[in-house]
Design a protein around this ligand. Structure first.
Ligand code: SF4
Length: 92
């Protein structure tokens, strides 16, 4: 890898981290308020996390057995399906 490739890789990694840091980990996009994804776990009263985050996309199940398709937050932004209190609403 040359210097430009390394710079580009660092730039994209930094940008991805900035984008990820916008999330307040409320868990609303994973159904926390009604029928949550079976992979949504509680960190504390206010924060949740996905137990399979790197492999989360695709067909998933809720705790009550309903199926849904987990998509990226970018898809939620472009499809305008963000939850009402989601911090990514600044992008729509
Ligand atoms: S609803 Fe938005 S802020 Fe809350 S966990 Fe999902 S992406 Fe993060």
């Amino acid at each position: 890898m040359n210097v430009d490739d390394l710079r580009y890789e660092k730039y994209t990694t930094d940008e991805e981290q900035k984008f990820e840091s916008i999330c307040k980990r409320c868990g609303e996009c994973c159904g926390k308020m009604d029928d949550p994804c079976e992979n949504l776990k509680k960190r504390d009263v206010d924060e949740s996390f996905c137990a399979i985050y790197p492999d989360r996309f695709g067909q998933r199940k809720t705790v009550s057995g309903n199926t849904f398709r987990c998509v990226s937050i970018r898809d939620h932004i472009t499809q305008q399906t963000l939850r009402p209190n989601c911090s990514y609403r600044r992008f729509i």
